[in-house]
Write a protein that binds this ligand. Structure first.
Ligand SMILES: NC(=O)c1ccc[n+]([C@@H]2O[C@H](COP(=O)([O-])OP(=O)(O)OC[C@H]3O[C@@H](n4cnc5c(N)ncnc54)[C@H](OP(=O)(O)O)[C@@H]3O)[C@@H](O)[C@H]2O)c1
Length: 314
């Protein structure tokens, strides 16, 4: 089967499309014929070796965490939809492998795909929507009527977070460059802030939740604009985040949290329900054939992608 592999830590030219044997599923796994995958910043960090302490250094390394495709085989102990069912999902952990014609996954990492979506559209949803949902619901305890600020609102996680915060009844402020403000309003943002013009942390705004998706607004900067019981949630595995989480863990007031996304079939089912109800839509910046994966990584590294980058696997 065709698969994208990383041959060594480095630039995009370390990614290559090769022929490798099709994996055989373990008894608790499902073999999926992947029709589309998506690229995330994590894929580029892994390729560059930034996450070496989690990934190890065994090459060649497969790549990719999001997928949509069809069930090709179900392991004897796996609870999964029947062979031929269209499914979508995301991988836990640090071992990517979805940019390949076939991959074997644990059954909890997939769910039935939203009806009416193409494989490309479905692959744009799992990791970013699960991250946004888990950050807002589980880490921040979002409630209807709360004020929520999303920093990095136009990207993959941010655009999902704007929609999901609106679905959950919040008043949403999105931070992005001015060229993305119409896009944010279309997603439902109530207010838009241009980070080139306004320093939100020096403003009169006050938030119940500040979701620092982009990762450049530390808790100590944001604390003054949090309401007394406000929650700051970060996506980045950096020491200042771990310190803030530890320092505020018993605080009755303002708290710092870190989201680490995990695959849950229940969340994928919730995302599907919102899509099928017309409340949530995939946002795709560009789609590439598997052979164009180097270009997709390069685009991801610009840090100015609007929504998702999808890989089509014919
Ligand atoms: N912990 C977890 O479980 C988890 C899960 C998913 C993602 N993440 C992390 O979350 C981060 C974001 O992921 P993503 O997929 O959303 O990335 P992304 O799609 O690459 O984000 C791109 C967006 O960042 C915005 N941006 C660029 N400079 C900015 C600035 N100075 N201030 C505010 N926004 C800015 C851009 O908007 P403009 O073009 O308007 O500038 C662009 O739309 C990454 O570090 C990723 O690794 C962590």
């Amino acid at each position: 089967m065709k698969a994208a592999v990383i041959n060594a830590f480095g630039d995009t030219d370390q990614i290559e499309i090769v022929d490798i044997p099709r994996p055989a599923p373990q008894p608790d796994e499902v073999l999926v014929r992947v029709r589309a995958a998506a690229v995330n910043p994590k894929d580029t960090f892994i390729r560059k070796g930034y996450l070496k302490k989690y990934t190890g250094s065994d090459f060649p390394m497969l790549s990719g965490f999001d997928f949509a495709g069809e069930v090709a085989e179900v392991g004897a102990e796996a609870e999964a939809p029947a062979v031929g069912t269209a499914v979508y999902g995301m991988l836990d952990g640090w071992e990517g492998k979805t940019c390949a014609e076939y991959m074997a996954v644990k059954a909890h990492q997939l769910a039935v795909m939203p009806a009416e979506l193409s494989f490309e559209e479905a692959a744009a949803l799992p990791l970013v929507c699960s991250t946004a949902l888990q950050a807002l619901r589980d880490q921040a305890g979002i409630k209807p009527g709360q004020t929520v600020c999303i920093n990095g609102a136009a990207g993959g996680v941010g655009s999902a977070a704007v929609r999901i915060a609106k679905i959950l009844g919040a008043e949403v402020t999105g931070i992005a460059s001015a060229g993305n403000h119409d896009f944010l309003r279309d997603l439902g943002a109530d207010h838009c802030v241009d980070y080139n013009v306004e320093d939100i942390t020096a403003s009169e705004h006050r938030f119940d939740i500040f979701f620092d998706v982009f990762g450049n607004q530390p808790f100590d900067h944001v604390k003054p604009i949090l309401k007394p019981k406000g929650v700051w949630v970060s996506t980045v595995l950096q020491s200042h985040v771990f310190k803030s989480v530890e320092a505020t863990k018993d605080s009755p007031g303002k708290k710092a949290q870190l989201v680490i996304v995990a695959a849950h079939r229940g969340d994928l089912d919730q995302i599907r329900a919102w899509v099928e109800a017309g409340q949530l839509k995939p946002v795709i910046h560009a789609t590439y054939p598997l052979e164009g994966i180097r270009d997709a990584h390069a685009q991801q590294e610009t840090k100015h992608t609007r929504g998702k980058l999808v890989i089509r696997i014919d």
